[in-house]
Design a protein around this ligand. Structure first.
Ligand SMILES: [Zn+2]
Length: 130
């Protein structure tokens, strides 16, 4: 068949065009990506709350899911450091300093909702930053 995006000849079963890189079958492409990320990371969630949050993110094709994290609300950036996300914690901490502390409260709230997702990026996707 011909790619609908660039009209080059491609395999009938292609998930992604090899010429222009457009995704031709979004759901198959997402499945492939998810399988790859969870299997290749060899990561086993250390508690049920993290596992539940990661399953939701997987179900959303690895995209952001706001999932409340009580521990991160209490600990904020300290939770990030405990989990090994030093680079992210450091940048967020600098932001608090630059803002003269103004960003501290919004940031703590951010940590409590984005903590699991940031941890997912860190553990499953291997990203230290965003
Ligand atoms: Zn193409």
């Amino acid at each position: 068949m011909k790619c609908p995006f660039c009209s080059e000849e491609i395999n009938d079963n292609a998930i992604k065009c090899k010429h222009c890189g457009e995704v031709l079958n979004q759901s198959a492409f997402n499945n492939l990506n998810n399988q790859y990320s969870r299997e290749s990371s060899n990561y086993v969630p250390e508690d049920d709350a993290i596992k539940a949050a990661f399953d939701k993110i997987d179900a959303n094709n690895g995209k952001f899911v706001a999932e409340f994290n009580g521990l991160a609300l209490i600990l904020g950036l300290i939770w990030y450091m405990i989990k090994g996300m030093w680079a992210k914690a450091f940048i967020l901490f600098i932001l608090v300093l630059i803002s003269g502390g103004l960003l501290a409260i919004p940031l703590w709230i951010y940590c409590s909702f984005a903590g699991y997702y940031d941890y997912y990026l860190f553990k499953v996707k291997g990203k230290n930053l965003w």
